[in-house]
Ligand binder design. Structure first.
Ligand code: GLA
Length: 384
């Protein structure tokens, strides 16, 4: 939706013009999955799809929120009595985010909100982080709150962990808040420091949605996280970030096979992610491709979060890409997307291979997006 139509829709619903329009993007993770909640490293980029929110202040404490495509009714509630909603999940993203924003600053009151987004849902491209961060950006601008990107990310994550019920890490919110145009970013999820990774101009990011409906995502995700924490506890370290591969192999006999493999994924994925940053800086697409292939194999075999469809897509894409670049599943897994990196001139060939071979193999139709690394949350221009 264009900004103009978002403003018009806001006006049609609330009978006045919005005061602010805020925006935050979704993300694609190039490498480093299931490492963030182990205080490790991730290398994501914000993408050009995101959530826009038009908003106006109210004179009372009421929130009136409408989310296009999710609902036909306005969610109305008072800031003092925020409750979990059991029948429409999107409402909990608004409610949870505002509840935890209030703990950071109480310098805001009621508002009207019109929310619209174009991040595919349930695809592993962080539609929910984009929703939370767009809301935080919008409210901060509407009420002139002092809210740094890192704080917004922490509030969004807390809303997911403590209100929505998904024990996600910090990656999605952080890159949605802080992303940089034409850059991926190496995030250290322990101290939340960021290193910018410029993407070479001739490198394309192709994201393919397997369109496998993700089932049991939250419960599988939460159980993976609990397994990692259990292993960290066994080794008496704060997080798997602190465990070396040698220590893990030395202690293999005190772990179950499953615990061993989960931890091995996390430890090796951290190494791969740091190495991928160096490969990106050196513009070494072949090394990046190898790391992506290893990452996918580890997510498939050790962490067990891939699916046959994702594995098939990775195989189709990496074959078409060849030696310069690679492909892997991206995000939480159990369906969702594959990310491919390749020279720009390979895009047409890889797209054609996916369009032809993926439906033959699975009976499913893929959605293909060429993504540009984009800026994190911002206030859209033209409205005051
Ligand atoms: C989801 C979570 C992130 C991260 C990824 C896996 O996207 O929200 O915090 O754990 O899965 O890397």
């Amino acid at each position: 939706m264009t900004d103009r139509s978002l403003e018009k829709n806001f006006e049609a619903l609330f009978q006045h013009a919005p005061g602010v329009v805020g925006y935050a993007p979704g993300r694609v993770n190039i490498i480093g999955d299931h490492t963030d909640y182990n205080e490790g490293f991730v290398l994501p980029a914000a993408i050009q799809m995101g959530t826009s929110i038009a908003a106006s202040r109210r004179n009372d404490d009421q929130i009136c929120a409408f989310a296009e495509g999710f609902t036909h009714t306005i969610d109305q509630f008072l800031l003092d009595t925020i409750e979990y909603c059991h029948n429409e999940m999107w409402r909990n993203y608004v409610r949870g985010t505002l509840q935890f924003l209030r703990q950071h600053s109480d310098q805001f009151s009621g508002m009207n909100l019109y929310i619209a987004g174009n991040v595919p849902q349930g695809a592993g491209l962080s539609s929910s982080a984009s929703f939370e961060i767009a809301l935080l950006k919008t409210v901060a601008d509407l009420y002139s709150l002092d809210l740094a990107g890192v704080d917004a990310a922490l509030i969004g994550q807390t809303a997911e962990n403590s209100f929505v019920g998904c024990n996600c890490g910090i990656m999605d919110q952080l890159v949605s808040a802080m992303g940089l145009e034409n850059h991926a970013m190496l995030l250290d999820c322990r101290d939340l420091s960021i290193k910018d990774a410029p993407l070479p101009a001739e490198v394309a990011i192709l994201v393919v949605n397997s369109n496998v409906k993700r089932g049991l995502v939250d419960s599988e995700y939460n159980s993976r996280r609990a397994q990692c924490e259990a292993v960290a506890q066994i080794f008496e370290v704060a997080a798997l970030r602190d465990l070396s591969l040698d220590q893990l192999y030395d202690g293999q006999s005190i772990l179950s096979d499953e615990q061993f493999r989960r931890a091995r994924h996390v430890i090796t994925e951290n190494h791969r992610t740091v190495e991928a940053m160096a490969a990106m800086q050196a513009n070494d697409l072949s090394r990046l491709g190898r790391l992506m292939a290893e990452s996918h194999a580890s997510l498939r075999d050790d962490y067990q979060v891939s699916t046959l469809e994702l594995d098939g897509l990775v195989e189709i894409m990496s074959t078409a890409i060849g030696a310069r670049g690679g492909a892997r599943m991206t995000g939480g897994g159990f369906g969702g997307c594959v990310v491919g990196l390749m020279p720009e001139q390979k895009v047409a060939e890889v797209t054609a291979a996916v369009q032809q071979r993926y439906p033959q193999r699975t009976g499913l139709k893929p959605d293909i997006y060429q993504c540009t690394a984009s800026m994190g949350a911002f206030r859209k221009q033209g409205i005051d």
